[in-house]
Design a protein around this ligand. Structure first.
Ligand SMILES: Nc1ncnc2c1ncn2[C@@H]1O[C@H](COP(=O)(O)OP(=O)(O)OP(=O)(O)O)[C@@H](O)[C@H]1O
Ligand SMILES: [Mg+2]
Length: 200
């Protein structure tokens, strides 16, 4: 399997330090984080929420159990939307209306959306996507057409040279490495440093 993050450039991850790295060719902003606990993942979601505006698209990538839904739960808290964010196992998309003046959160699980964007439009969600924040689990490679601007969050378990020692792994180390990359003009020059320094 391809590494979920680019280990060649994540030089300081051995110490767990956060890094704001030089951008990928099409990355307008990028930050790499160490997320040690589910609570810290939720906090990352709450902090991300403060950066998001109506019409924003967030693509979440990471294997089963990586923490995509946990992050989205924090996003829902930060955006102050109605309804608990849960794993959308039996539905493909769930709309969480705003409790206040902010945007709705549309939480999509694209795992079973073989038709990608077309199928998503066929869902006929009773919500205006340009006025919502749309978060798509398993969205990479399927949902890019939704917007030239997107925030791509890649969650990987710590492994290889940067991973936990065997002792730590046996003790149930839960460290995740997360890369947050803004793509497109919307994210050009955006300061993502508020995402660094998560607790834990
Ligand atoms: N550092 C961490 N960050 C996030 N989740 C963690 C962390 N450590 C342990 N966990 C646990 O990993 C699990 C993540 O589950 P979650 O449903 O968020 O993953 P997911 O990526 O949405 O999975 P799926 O692909 O099945 O939708 C939870 O049980 C959570 O408690
Ligand atoms: Mg999930």
């Amino acid at each position: 399997m391809e590494a979920p993050y680019d280990t060649s450039r994540a030089q300081s991850t051995a110490t767990g330090a956060d890094t704001v790295t030089p951008a990928d060719p099409d990355a307008a902003a990028q930050v790499r984080l160490t997320v040690r606990t589910p609570d810290a993942m939720r906090e990352l979601g709450r902090r991300l929420a403060r950066l998001l505006r109506p019409g924003d698209l967030v693509l979440l990538t990471g294997q089963l159990g990586a923490g995509k839904t946990t992050l989205t739960r924090g996003l829902g808290e930060g955006l102050d939307v109605r309804g608990a964010v849960t794993s959308p196992t039996f539905v493909i998309a769930r709309v969480h209306p705003p409790l206040g003046a902010g945007p709705a959160l549309v939480h999509v699980d694209a795992y079973r959306l073989s038709g990608g964007l077309d199928e998503m439009e066929d869902l006929d969600l009773d919500v205006s996507l340009p006025e919502s924040v749309v978060v798509v689990e398993w969205g990479e490679g399927r949902m890019e057409e939704l917007s030239e601007d997107r925030l791509h969050v890649v969650i990987g378990r710590a492994e290889g040279a940067d991973g936990p020692s065997l002792d730590e792994a046996v003790a149930g180390d839960d460290v995740r490495r997360v890369a947050v990359t803004g793509v497109g003009p919307r994210w050009a020059g955006t300061d993502l440093s508020s995402l660094t320094g998560l607790p834990g």
